[in-house]
Design a protein around this ligand. Sequence first.
Ligand SMILES: [Zn+2]
Ligand SMILES: [Zn+2]
Length: 199
Amino acid sequence: MYDALTTSYRLSCPRHGKTSVRLSRFRLVDELPGARHPAVYRIVFACGCGDEHPGLVSHDDLDWAPLGLGAGEFLNLMTSRVEPLAAELGDLAASRIGAGEWPWSFFCYPEDQPRPVFPSSFTLLAAGEGAIGLAVRCPHCRRLSLNLVSEPHVDLPFHNDREVGVVEHVFPGDALRTIEEFGAELWSAGFDVRRLSLE
Ligand SMILES: [Zn+2]
Ligand SMILES: [Zn+2]
């Protein structure tokens, strides 16, 4: 499902069959209700054919496959450790995380600080002029923030923009439920620049 060489997902287009889709072309990420192991996310992606299509992506594929981690290993955001500790932890991703680098990060506006994050916390994405508008549900405080980031910031693990745009607004819990609402809010908003250094 995830191809590390092209850093993209193989998803289905009703017109073209299988197509390669980078994370920055996802438009919506929404966990399906009900207990599943691993959890499954309903996504909508902007396809090369010009349409948006739905798809399903497992939690493993969303968060761990881009890091080269297999099923059964996971990164604990609170302890910064890969658990359970596998023998092959000489793994590049694990050593970089151990050194304090995070594969993805964002600026949490309600907490006024950068936070590590995984793609499963990205809720809505929109493409603008050379930038990606990103709504993130903070894994720490559970509140929404809107960041303006580069495509590589989303697509490439361990590529973190040094500075990101931040919408200075605290969104209520039920805000920004649809791609349309998000687009309207995003492009009418002003962005303030924040540094994204986690050190
Ligand atoms: Zn298509
Ligand atoms: Zn937060």
